[in-house]
Design a protein around this ligand. Structure first.
Ligand code: 2AM
Length: 512
């Protein structure tokens, strides 16, 4: 129990992320006042793990507010949505003041953060920070994406830099968080000020959208090895292990290698993945990313495809039934009779090329959003803080940092000489894999959509000319011409005319 302001920071919401972040802060020497709606959870937490005086258990929000030094820094880690607003209101009642910084570290929708910052401006400094890394990240070093008032950031900075994951300054490789039980000092922290209001939560959402497609691409690589080559889980796991020592080196590839080689606890002669039901859930951030892409009119088809792939997986009963009626090519296993090593290598290339496209889409979204919200995002730094701590941490991210360091206003990641070169090297194999997937009836929507993105983006001319003709035909929506300046709109009086007459329409074209 606290009678005076002793704590450096407060934390509300002691679910997995909250508990671990509190312990992480305590490890770095911050005294943390903790509160949970269900008091018993807080009591048990304190009883279980109070590192030498690092935590101050608070039974009421009033107690919590009183326990923190001013200006107070209070982290909220409750379920995203209405609960955040509820807790903020309760904090006002509990004595939070205008100079206090209330930080939402949950997976909140960035537009909610923008709204909250404005709505609460006279009563507190509301700040939003994305936190990625799951349970272990929160405990030993997450990647943190803070957004809000720069002055608040100055107060939060020491805590964020202390608790965030660290990477090696030269190589960008994640460093161990603890050596001999002590937090590592030094290294570059995986956090940086992202921008005002909802910028941090926006970037966290894009991180999650990329995470969806990263996972889906890995799943498709596994499926192709299994379906085309008849490989078994542990054998595929070994391939991922090898890949993890090359350009694909990443947390997700590494855990995939582990997962595929994990024996099943119920049937120890078998492997766990073969007993896991093939229906995936989602918590919404991938969907938000895709909806936002549609709203802004930015093609992020692979990210959306990854969300739809989960939706498709959820139709388990329908798929089982359909599999009896909808015939594809005969399923031979293995259906590929060529060189196995070459094919595995081609799948690797397809995965790498698709990954470049997926990240390109994520960065295109951020580029558009910064225009919409008047943020100035530093893409090199964003990629840099994803190098450690978060779920998509990967060697690859150093290459993205390098690309945006070479050229701050890079139009698309694929146009960077390094990534362009990688695609040139891998694309014959990428096309081969997509063709083989199609010919053999193996669903590979992410590989295919990434290739469609690449081919669409590099097409100086797309069939939208015909589409505009159709729109003008049925709806008089007008079209622009290749032989006239942009912005000049034409309409043709279509079928009734024996001799077509072209009308020039001043101003812009219409809907549909
Ligand atoms: P609880 O333990 O009392 O359920 C994840 O759900 C975390 O958010 C939990 O710590 C949970 O508290 C907290 N939480 C969810 N909704 C809340 C609310 N409306 N007010 C306060 N805490 C809430």
């Amino acid at each position: 129990m606290a009678n005076q302001a002793v704590a450096d920071v407060g934390l509300i919401g002691l679910a997995v992320m909250g508990e671990n972040l509190a312990l992480n802060m305590a490890d770095h020497g911050f005294k943390v006042a903790v509160y949970n709606r269900t008091t018993e959870i807080m009591r048990k937490f304190i009883a279980r793990e109070n590192p030498p005086g690092g935590l101050v258990g608070c039974e009421t929000l009033k107690e919590l507010v009183a326990a923190i030094k001013k200006p107070r820094k209070i982290i909220i880690l409750v379920k995203a949505g209405g609960a955040v607003d509820k807790v903020v209101q309760q904090l006002f009642e509990a004595g939070v003041e205008a100079d206090d910084i209330v930080v939402d570290c949950g997976n909140s929708l960035w537009t909610d953060t923008i709204r909250r910052e404005k709505e609460y401006a006279s009563r507190c400094k509301f700040f939003g920070s994305g936190v990625s890394g799951g349970e272990l990240g929160a405990r030993f070093g997450p990647s943190m994406m803070p957004g809000g008032d720069p002055d608040s950031w100055r107060h939060l900075n020491p805590i964020w830099e202390a608790v965030a994951a660290k990477v090696d300054a030269k190589t960008g490789k994640p460093l161990e968080s603890y050596v001999a039980g002590k937090p590592v000092i030094g290294g570059v922290p995986c956090t940086t000020y992202i921008g005002p209001n909802g910028a941090g939560h926006y970037v966290k959402m894009i991180h999650n959208g990329i995470e969806y497609i990263d996972m889906q691409l890995i799943g498709e690589a596994y499926s192709l090895m299994s379906n085309l080559l008849g490989m078994k889980a542990p054998e595929i796991g070994k391939v991922f292990e090898q890949w993890n020592s090359g350009d694909l080196d990443s947390y997700l590839i590494q855990i995939t290698a582990d997962i595929l080689q994990q024996r099943d606890p119920v049937h120890p002669e078998g492997y766990l993945v073969d007993y896991v039901l093939d229906t995936a859930g989602q918590k919404g951030t991938g969907k938000w990313t895709s909806t936002n892409a549609l709203d802004m009119g930015i093609p992020a088809n692979s990210i959306a495809e990854a969300v739809f792939a989960r939706c498709m997986s959820a139709l388990k009963e329908e798929r089982v039934e359909a599999s009896k009626h909808l015939k594809g090519p005969p399923l031979l296993s293995p259906s590929y009779t060529g060189n196995r090593e070459e094919l595995i290598n081609a799948i690797r290339d397809a995965l790498y090329c698709s990954k470049i496209c997926a990240y390109a889409q994520g960065f295109q979204l951020m580029r558009e959003a910064q225009k919409e919200y008047k943020w100035v995002l530093n893409f090199a730094e964003i990629a840099a803080i994803w190098r450690g701590g978060c779920i998509i941490r990967a060697r690859f991210l150093q290459k993205i940092t390098d690309a945006y360091t070479r050229n701050k206003s890079l139009v698309n990641l694929m146009l960077d000489p390094y990534f362009n070169g990688q695609i040139q090297q891998g694309q014959a194999n990428w096309r081969k894999i997509v063709s083989l997937a199609a010919a053999n009836g193996v669903a590979a929507p992410a590989f295919m959509s990434a290739l469609a993105y690449y081919d669409g983006y590099r097409s100086a001319r797309l069939p939208a000319n015909l589409l505009q003709g159709q729109r003008d035909y049925f709806g008089a929506h007008t079209y622009e011409r290749t032989d006239a300046p942009r912005g000049k709109f034409f309409h043709l009086d279509w079928p009734e005319q024996t001799r077509p007459q072209i009308t020039i329409i001043p101003g812009s074209g219409g809907g549909h």
